[in-house]
Design a protein around this ligand. Structure first.
Ligand code: 8YV
Length: 333
């Protein structure tokens, strides 16, 4: 990029007004005002001409796109925490820096995880529908619409990073007993602070939990981490909540096991083939066995503005010749 010239920044989706306004001031920003997802051909065209691309989870910046990138493309500043939409290894090989937006969506995502942990056993979605459905509510009864108690149950958190820890804090306040599996064990002090019990074996943890929450990123190592075999280890009374990535669970196997009564239910905010949602899951939702949300866990205005600010800081720092604060390296995945 020629000195003094503003970098050409292609932003693939519409962002909050305040962020777009600031981007217009700082960069030669090409914004997507109608918010239509870009096709692979449009992404290739962007990769050929831009200095920076700002993609989101809906854009697949894969090897095919990156192999056609122009000489100018030096930064992919992802608007999002997860980077499974980007082939980071190929980007780095081609001298392209990748950044993300960690930290700013932790609390919002943990809130929504907690909401799903409550919603499924307590039949929140089903109950809400009673009052808006075609039939009139027949009134309260002692044995009607009973769910299951949260307090005192065992919660198994798969992936004890920032979000997993924020879930643990909330869940402890609700009286849940915190268990976790992660490839790295936390320090004793961190475990004590979170009242968390470590399980080295994911299999053993899964077999003993009442509620399981998926909070790890989707990487090649976590694809179908909850495989059909592992899902079969889960107790028939247990629930699964996923606010991470659909690909971490074998979704077909999960739907099958819930349908067969071998897992009690699930709260899912993410899906294997977004935006497509398996008809089996939709059927289970209609039967009150699962609660489905359309990838809403981090969807707060405050969160989106914070994410945008992070993207801007990453681009500015990089363009000023410094290491951007949220660089992602293949070794981190
Ligand atoms: C974002 C997310 O909405 O940041 C993430 O990893 O999953 C989301 O909550 C999305 O990724 C934005 O690109």
């Amino acid at each position: 990029m020629a000195t003094g010239k503003k970098p050409l920044v292609v932003v693939t989706r519409r962002l909050p007004d305040a962020i777009e306004m600031r981007m217009r001031e700082l960069f030669d920003a090409r914004l997507n005002t109608d918010d239509k997802p870009m096709s692979q051909a449009e992404l290739v065209a962007a990769a050929k001409t831009a200095d920076v691309i700002v993609p989101t989870v809906t854009d697949h910046i894969d090897r095919a796109v990156l192999s056609q990138s122009g000489e100018r493309l030096k930064l992919i500043a992802n608007f999002g925490n997860g980077v499974d939409n980007i082939d980071v290894a190929t980007a780095v090989q081609r001298g392209i820096t990748v950044t993300n937006t960690p930290g700013v969506l932790t609390e919002d995502t943990a809130d929504m995880t907690m909401a799903l942990i409550l919603a499924v056993p307590r039949r929140l979605a089903e109950g809400a529908q009673v009052l808006t459905g075609s039939q009139e509510w027949s009134g309260w009864s002692p044995t009607w619409m009973l769910g299951h108690r949260i307090w005192g149950k065992r919660l198994g958190i798969v992936g004890m990073g920032r979000i997993g820890q924020a879930v643990a804090r909330r869940a402890h306040a609700f009286g849940l007993k915190i268990h976790y599996h992660d490839r790295r064990r936390m320090t004793e002090a961190a475990e004590a602070e979170l009242h968390a019990t470590y399980w080295e074996s994911l299999d053993q943890m899964l077999a003993r939990m009442d509620i399981i929450s998926i909070n790890c990123p989707h990487t090649p190592a976590t694809y179908h981490l909850l495989s059909a075999r592992r899902l079969k280890l889960i107790r028939p009374e247990a629930y699964i909540v996923n606010t991470a990535r659909g690909e971490v669970i074998d979704e077909n196997a999960l739907a099958r096991l819930i349908e067969a009564g071998e897992i009690a239910g699930a709260g899912l905010d993410v899906f294997e083939h977004e935006p497509a949602v398996s008809p089996k899951l939709v059927k289970l939702a209609k039967a009150g066995k699962v609660v489905l949300l359309p990838h809403l866990a981090s969807a707060t205005l405050e969160g989106r503005v914070d994410m945008g600010e992070k993207v801007i800081v990453n681009i500015k720092t990089f363009m000023d010749g410094h290491r951007p604060p949220d660089r992602v390296l293949p070794s981190m995945l």
